[in-house]
Design a protein around this ligand. Structure first.
Ligand code: C2O
Ligand code: CU
Length: 459
């Protein structure tokens, strides 16, 4: 039943004064997440193992699975040579738990432990990653899956998170340690030279013919936009960035997954026993296998179209009363900045380049002193994003999901990260329902490091 305006406002008032959910649920069971160096065989066995920075010993780190409405209590211990933090990407989180050093917390220093403690209000596929020197730390491996389960388990035979990544390695499979190459910062970002699925160059998942799989595709790459396809698997898109679609969409031939985006699929294994099904990345020169699904005989008969996943709490977007702001993106190679302000000081493009800053939002490189917009709690904000650069950008808002305002004035699906191609103007809108200071940045991590970050304040 849709809520009346009055009910919505009451709910917002309640949200701002009360903790959304009881703090008891998992208090007795905090998760210990240790961030430390570890080695992992990502390349074929003829290559040496790769030194990574891991969460509980692997990349991706330990998969966290909790029920919708539970609290996650994670004691994060830093055993790395750098200060760090963890950000819980896509979670409508309490601001102090958002994991952004310098904004919501101090960085976690070597041998220190920081306890994240927050409610999980929305079911869906999320992920966590370092938000400190992220070009280096996420690339080295500080990333993992956070699954928030629906109250009732959907009717699938397997639930498989597939973390799609790329990594730039040297010829002996070591992580290339030149993280801030000016070329990467000013062009498309740091691209890897190997493609990974769940931390391996090819992941194998045995399945049975006729089985229904839930695939949770998560792009954890620094900058690569994946164009994915499936062979021997047919089905539906169920959710984007954790948020269920009201009606499942038939699976298209190609799925575009920008950095930090997620797609939940339900697919049925249509390949016969003895065959293999595949998840493929399309490149100009053909397709690369990311995951292989060897098929054995099954007993399932073909099932009907699945019901939509249950909706998460709704924070209606009211375009009529919305306030609109512009975000003009400039800079990068072939459209170099003439000048921009950096922490309030006006600098020339050359001076900025020397500091590794190549991009600007509304004339400001790096996180500006003032927010892009200060929103009243419950207000709808529209952001018109103009990409006046020669590169695509994956725009991510912390703390709240948004919808794209489509050219015909209707709203697209809820997302937390939107890909805008070069030269495009795209518009998003969201209800500012979560109080705090929230980053809004490009998730091509080299771009964020090189200037593409701003923030939104909700009071
Ligand atoms: Cu996935 Cu600012 O983060
Ligand atoms: Cu970008």
């Amino acid at each position: 039943m849709p809520l009346s305006r009055r009910q919505v406002l009451t709910q917002i008032a309640a949200l701002s004064t009360l903790p959304a959910l009881p703090r008891v649920a998992s208090a007795a069971n905090p998760r210990r997440l240790t961030l430390a160096p570890a080695t992992q065989q990502i390349a074929p066995a003829t290559y040496p193992a790769t030194d990574l920075w891991c969460v509980n010993g692997s990349m991706p780190g330990e998969t966290l699975r909790l029920k919708q409405g539970a609290r996650l209590i994670a004691e994060v211990e830093n055993r790395l040579p750098q200060a760090t933090s963890l950000h819980w990407h896509g979670i409508r989180i309490e601001n102090a738990m958002d994991g952004v050093p310098g904004v919501t917390q101090d960085p976690i220093q070597l041998n220190e432990t920081f306890t994240y403690d927050f409610a999980l209000p929305d079911a869906g596929s999320y992920w966590y990653h370092s938000h400190a020197q992220s070009v280096e730390q996420v690339e080295r491996g500080l990333q993992g899956v956070l699954i928030v389960e629906e109250p009732d388990t959907p009717d699938v035979d397997q639930d498989l998170p597939l973390v799609i990544d790329d990594l730039r390695v040297t010829s002996d499979a070591a992580v290339d340690a030149e993280f801030n190459a000016p070329h990467d910062l000013s062009h498309a970002g740091r691209m890897g030279n190997v493609l990974l699925c769940n931390g391996k160059m090819v992941a194998d998942h045995p399945v049975k013919s006729g089985d229904r799989l839930r695939l949770r595709l998560i792009n954890s790459a620094n900058a690569r936009i994946f164009t994915l396809g499936l062979q021997g698997l047919e089905g539906w898109v169920m959710a984007y960035d954790g948020m269920p679609l009201a009606t499942p969409e038939p699976l298209p031939d190609q799925l575009v997954l920008a950095p930090a985006q997620r797609i939940d699929l339900f697919v049925d294994v249509t390949a016969a026993a003895g065959e293999e099904a595949f998840l493929v990345q399309f490149e100009r020169d053909g397709g690369y296998e990311l995951a292989r699904f060897p098929v054995s005989a099954g007993t399932r008969t073909r099932r009907a179209t699945p019901d939509a996943l249950p909706p998460n709490p709704d924070f209606p977007i009211d375009l009529k009363s919305a306030r609109s702001v512009d975000l003009i993106t400039e800079g990068g190679a072939m459209a170099w900045l003439q000048s921009a302000s950096l922490k309030g000081e006006e600098l020339s493009g050359e001076e900025l380049a020397k500091l590794g800053q190549f991009w600007s939002f509304n004339g400001s490189a790096g996180r500006p002193i003032e927010p892009l917009v200060t929103a009243r709690l419950g207000e709808t904000i529209r952001i018109r994003m103009v990409n006046d650069t020669q590169f695509p950008h994956a725009m991510h808002l912390h703390g709240m999901h948004f919808a794209e305002v489509l050219p015909d004035g209707t709203l697209g699906p809820l997302r937390d990260t939107l890909l805008m191609l070069r030269g495009e103007t795209r518009e998003i809108a969201f209800q500012a329902h979560n109080p705090g200071d929230w980053l809004f940045h490009c998730h091509m991590l080299s771009h964020h490091a090189a200037g593409m970050g701003t923030w939104v304040r909700v009071t």
